[in-house]
Write a protein that binds this ligand. Structure first.
Ligand code: F0G
Length: 462
């Protein structure tokens, strides 16, 4: 394989991106209240706000789109999707939904209970939002190594803290409605969970008779890390690993906008027939008939193909190494990042980057703004704004341990030259870091766990 180290594809269709001036970007930022979610995408040069739904599809996926069967009930596209899903998940019951958060809604209705606790390694925002609406309380039990933006090496920083889970269940099992394992663990750096940890968590869940669910948006990236880092799996193929991952859980949800390599779609998958019937009913009310669940036939066909491409070893090697390449370039420039780099992006430590900006002045959000202003690169805050909350009793602010800016890398979209631009720009901002001051939050929406999407800010230095 010597010399075969570049992208395992060539580019057939190109999408122009706009280069803008700093003056122009400053105006855009002011109009967007310094929240990059409110920018127009055309004003962004390199878009790293998310890796979700932004994948470049392959020629085989575009070809599959032409085969889409738009029948309301029993479409051929559904059966092709079901076959592909069964192959990767090893579970018999498949309910498509329109995207990941629709599956979160489904599990919030089917598993979460008002006043009860849902324990996760680290729940993603959209489950958290759905839980908040139902009145269920999400708890994060990720291992201590995964809880702060430290730079110590641990191969599986997404792992569940099993002793903590066990002692919590020994005292409060009757108050816990479900356990959700998110792979990879998005909010702490796209960090993987080991098979051993999934297996051990499932044993504890079974012991206390609590259903376990996998949030598997990035299932293939997680499986790749298992292959690379977990003793005994180096010669096992990715699909065998994904099947083993799912063999330990009752149900799984997936935002297929990530490792499904498509632009829209989601899945609820289960081995519990009774839960499947409930999921079907839920889908008919909120999503669509059971064999399309809010997806078009053509999108189901693109997903059937994308899921298989997503577990391809050559693709995964390229994918994970591009993210690592960006991480390595940033480290060379002294930029503090979470290490090791995870599956879908590089997470910059906002507190270490801007040590003089306190959390209540949103250091990582300030960095997001600086990066867009300097280079037209759009990243996203995962810190004080996204995770900050008020103590329900005292009303005091509670700030998260993790304070990061995520640079999410879309799949098969940008080249390593784009990675170099991001690294150059961040390196320059880092050199001038003393000149930046913090930000003030001037608007937030009613659901606290989702406030980062709609928040408005002012610059303190303005
Ligand atoms: N679960 C995880 C782990 C996710 O990362 C996401 C979305 C969802 C569920 C919800 O899926 O967007 O299809 O409704 N994550 C995106 C991100 C938005 O930027 O990380 P969705």
């Amino acid at each position: 394989m010597k010399y075969m180290t570049a992208e395992p594809f060539r580019i057939k269709t190109v999408e122009p991106i706009k280069q803008t001036t700093k003056d122009y970007r400053q105006k855009c930022l002011a109009e967007a209240q310094y929240n990059v979610f409110k920018l127009r995408a055309e004003d962004v040069y390199i878009d790293c706000i998310t890796d979700s739904g932004t994948t470049a599809m392959s020629q085989n996926q575009w070809a599959a789109i032409m085969r889409g069967d738009e029948s309301y009930a029993g479409s051929q596209s559904f059966y092709r999707l079901k076959e592909s899903v069964e192959d990767i998940f090893g579970m018999p019951y498949v309910q498509p939904v329109h995207q990941g958060r629709a599956a979160d809604h489904m599990i919030a209705k089917l598993y979460a209970k008002p006043g009860k606790y849902a324990i996760g390694n680290m729940h993603f925002d959209t489950f958290r939002g759905n839980a908040e609406v139902v009145g269920c309380i999400p708890l994060d039990f990720v291992i201590p190594e995964g809880r702060s933006a430290n730079q110590e090496y641990h191969p599986f920083k997404g792992n569940m803290d099993i002793p903590r889970l066990r002692s919590y269940l020994e005292a409060h099992a009757s108050e816990v409605c479900c356990i959700i394992m998110t792979v990879t663990c998005n909010n702490n750096g796209g960090q993987p969970v080991s098979l051993e940890n999934i297996r051990e968590t499932s044993k504890v869940a079974a012991e206390f008779n609590i259903p376990m669910i996998m949030d598997s948006a990035r299932l293939a990236e997680n499986a790749y890390f298992i292959k690379m880092r977990e003793p005994g799996y180096e010669d096992v193929d990715i699909k065998t690993i994904t099947r083993e991952m799912f063999s330990y859980v009752e149900s799984a949800v997936m935002s297929s906008k990530k490792d499904g390599l498509v632009n829209i779609g989601g899945l609820f998958v289960t081995r519990n027939e009774d839960i499947f019937h409930q999921a079907n009913q839920h889908s008919i009310v909120y999503e669509g008939f059971t064999t399309y669940g809010g997806m078009s036939g053509r999108d189901m066909d693109a997903l059937a193909v994308g899921l298989q491409e997503g577990v391809d070893a050559a693709y995964l090697e390229y994918r994970i190494n591009q993210v690592k390449y960006l991480g390595d370039r940033l480290k060379e420039k002294g930029v503090p990042i979470i290490e090791p780099t995870g599956g879908h992006g590089v997470y910059v430590d906002g507190r270490k980057f801007f040590p003089h900006i306190p959390q209540h002045e949103f250091p990582s959000q300030r960095l997001v703004v600086a990066l867009y202003e300097e280079a037209g690169v759009r990243a996203v805050e995962i810190g004080a704004c996204a995770f900050g909350k008020k103590d329900p009793e005292t009303g005091e602010d509670i700030w998260p341990e993790l304070e990061t800016m995520r640079i999410a890398i879309s799949r098969r979209v940008y080249t390593d030259n784009h990675m170099d631009v991001i690294a150059e720009a961040l390196g320059d901002i880092y050199k001038n870091r003393d000149q930046y001051k913090g930000m003030r939050l001037v608007f937030e929406g009613p659901i606290t766990s989702l406030r980062h999407f709609t928040a408005g800010f002012e610059l303190i230095d303005a």
